[in-house]
Design a protein around this ligand. Structure first.
Ligand SMILES: [Zn+2]
Ligand SMILES: [Zn+2]
Length: 495
C-alpha cells in the first residue's frame, strides 16, 4: 500500500472514533496538506539562512532485493546499547535509546528478511550539537513536568548531549527539502511531523476561523501555554527535538508542558495487533457507552508507570465505582426529588451545620479538581469526582430524607446543588453523562457552554426537574468471563 492510501484509510476511521468518544477537535488536520508543506519549507529555509543546516555524506541501508533505501522502521536488529533483539532501526523499545540506524547490530530488511547493504549519499544535517546547551537551559526550569519526563530529558542532555542529525531522505513521501542541492530529497518525517502542530494551527486559522493570521496569537505570543500530550515513545521528539527546532528558528514559543504517558498493556502483555493481543476502540464502542470507556481509560491512565487493561478490573471499576458510587448517588437523589418532592427543588429554610459543611466540601472538591486538571493529574482528578459522590452519599444516608420528612427539603436542596456541581465538573471526563444530568435537572444548556464557575452556581428553590432515568447500564459479568476466555486462547497460541 502507498503511504497516501494508508493515511486515507485511517484518517476517517480515527476521526470517527474520536467523535464517538466525545472528543472534539478545533481542527483534525493532516500533514499531507499543502499548508503543511508550505510551513515546513518556510521553516527550514529560515534554519538554513541562520546556519543551522549543512550538507554531509551519510550511510544508509539499501536492500538489494527490494531495490530501495530502507527507512529506519524498515530495518530491524539488535539494540547497540542494551542488546535487546528485534528492535527498530531508530529506537529501542526495551531501553528507550535512540540511535542511528546503521549502528544497529545484525540488521535485516523487514520487507524481505534479507541483509541490507550500506550506501553513501549527501544529506542535510541539523546542527543539534550547537543547540544542546540551549535546550538544556530551557528544560531546567520545567519542574512542573512529570518527574520521569523531566529526569529522562535532563539526563539525556547532560550525559549524552545532542549529536547533529540528518533531516533529509530520498523518499517520495514528504515535503521537498528547500536547500540548495537538495533536489529529489524530502524532509525526514520526524523533522516535519513536529511542525504539524504549527501547520494545523494555520490550517484552522485560515479554513475554520477565516482569519489567516490568527495562528500567530498562539505560536508567537509569550502568554501562550503550549501543552503537548504524547506517549513515552515520543518523549525524545517532544522534550528535546521540537524545542531545539523552535529555538533554532527563534520566532516561536516553546512547549510549556510535555505531558508524557507510559504504556497501557493488556492483561499483563504488551499490545500487539499482529498477534491479536489488542482491543479495538470501535469494538469497545459497539458494546459500551463512550463514558464507560472514558471512565476506565482515565482510571488506568499510565501517568507515572505502565498500567494494564484488565477485563475483570474494568467490570469492577465500572460496576463498583462509576455505577455503584457515582451513578447510584445521582439517581437516588434525582428520583427522590422527582417522586417525593413533586419534582421541584424545595425551599431549604435555614441550613444546619452539617448541611453547610456538605456545601463547603463540595466547593473544596471543585477547587481541588481544578488544580488537578491544571497540573495534568487527570487520574487524581477523577478520584476527586468520586470523592464528591461518596461525601454526598454519606450525607444522604446520615440525613435519610425518606425517614425524616421535616428535614427532607433541606437535605434535597443541598444534594441537588452537589449534583449540579458534579454535572459541571465531570463534563471533561464524562461529557455524555454530564449532558444527561443537565437534562434531568432541566437546565437547557450544552456542556460546551459550561464554564468552571458554573459549578458554584445555585439552583433556586421552585426550579422543576425532569423525570430521571438510570445513568448507566451495568456490565454483565458473563460477558467479561467470555472475553477473558477468548484472550486466554490467544495467549496460548503465542506462548
Ligand atoms: Zn536497547
Ligand atoms: Zn528487502
Amino acid at each position: 500500500m502507498k503511504p497516501k492510501e494508508l493515511c486515507d484509510k485511517y484518517y476517517p476511521l480515527q476521526k470517527e472514533v474520536f467523535e464517538r468518544l466525545g472528543i472534539s477537535f478545533d481542527i483534525f488536520s493532516r500533514t499531507s496538506k499543502p499548508i503543511h508543506y508550505e510551513v515546513v519549507r518556510e521553516f527550514y529555509k529560515k534554519l538554513w539562512e541562520k546556519g543551522y543546516i549543512y550538507p554531509k555524506e551519510i550511510k544508509q541501508w539499501w536492500c538489494p532485493k527490494d531495490k530501495m533505501v530502507l527507512p529506519d522502521r524498515f530495518v530491524k536488529g539488535t539494540c547497540p546499547k542494551c542488546g535487546a533483539q528485534d528492535q527498530y532501526g531508530d529506537v529501542c523499545e526495551v531501553c528507550g535509546s535512540w540511535y542511528e540506524s546503521f549502528e544497529i547490530l545484525d540488521p535485516r530488511c523487514t520487507l524481505c528478511g534479507g541483509k541490507p547493504e550500506i550506501i553513501r549519499k549527501i544529506h542535510f544535517f541539523l546542527k543539534l550539537s550547537a543547540l544542546s546547551p540551549k535546550v538544556l537551559e530551557y528544560v531546567r526550569d520545567k519542574k512542573h513536568w512529570r518527574k520521569a519526563t523531566y529526569n529522562k530529558t535532563i539526563s539525556w542532555l547532560e550525559k549524552e548531549g545532542l549529536r547533529d542529525k540528518d533531516i533529509t531522505r530520498d523518499y517520495e513521501w514528504g515535503p521537498p527539502a528547500p536547500f540548495p542541492g537538495s533536489e529529489g530529497q524530502v524532509i525526514y518525517n520526524w523533522a516535519e511531523n513536529l511542525l504539524g502542530y504549527i501547520s494545523a494551527t494555520r490550517d484552522w486559522a485560515e479554513n475554520v476561523l477565516n482569519r489567516p493570521d490568527a495562528w500567530r496569537d498562539f505560536w508567537m505570543d509569550h502568554e501562550t501555554k503550549l501543552y503537548c500530550f504524547i506517549g513515552k515513545d515520543n518523549l525524545f521528539f517532544h522534550t528535546i527535538l521540537f524545542p531545539a527546532l523552535l529555538i533554532a528558528h527563534g520566532e516561536y514559543i516553546l512547549p510549556y508542558n510535555v505531558v508524557v504517558n507510559e504504556f497501557v498493556n493488556l492483561e499483563g502483555e504488551k499490545l500487539s495487533t499482529s498477534r491479536g493481543w489488542v482491543i479495538w476502540l470501535h469494538d469497545l464502542l459497539a458494546e459500551y457507552e463512550p463514558d464507560i470507556i472514558r471512565y476506565y481509560a482515565v482510571a488506568i491512565a499510565p501517568e507515572t508507570r505502565d498500567t494494564d487493561f484488565k477485563w475483570q478490573d474494568f467490570a469492577d471499576k465500572i460496576n463498583g465505582e462509576l455505577i455503584g458510587t457515582l451513578g447510584n448517588f445521582i439517581h437516588r437523589v434525582l428520583t427522590f426529588t422527582y417522586e417525593r418532592m413533586n419534582g421541584v427543588i424545595p425551599d431549604p429554610g435555614e441550613l444546619d451545620v452539617r448541611s453547610r459543611e456538605m456545601l463547603d466540601t463540595c466547593c473544596n472538591i471543585v477547587e481541588q479538581l481544578k488544580q488537578k486538571i491544571g497540573s495534568c493529574e487527570f487520574r487524581d482528578g477523577l478520584k476527586e469526582i468520586l470523592r464528591l459522590a461518596q461525601e454526598g452519599n454519606k450525607y444522604l444516608n446520615e440525613k435519610s430524607p425518606w425517614r425524616n420528612p421535616e428535614e427532607a427539603p433541606r437535605t434535597i436542596y443541598v444534594l441537588i446543588q452537589v449534583i449540579h456541581a458534579l454535572a459541571v465538573i465531570m463534563s471533561p471526563y464524562l461529557p455524555f453523562t454530564s449532558q444527561k444530568i443537565l437534562e434531568y435537572l432541566n437546565i437547557d444548556k450544552s456542556i460546551n457552554e459550561l464554564r468552571w464557575s458554573d459549578a458554584e452556581k445555585t439552583l433556586l428553590p421552585g426550579h422543576r426537574i425532569k423525570e430521571p432515568k438510570p445513568l448507566f447500564k451495568k456490565i454483565d459479568e458473563r460477558d467479561i468471563r467470555e472475553k477473558i476466555k477468548k484472550l486466554e486462547e490467544i495467549r496460548k497460541s503465542f506462548s
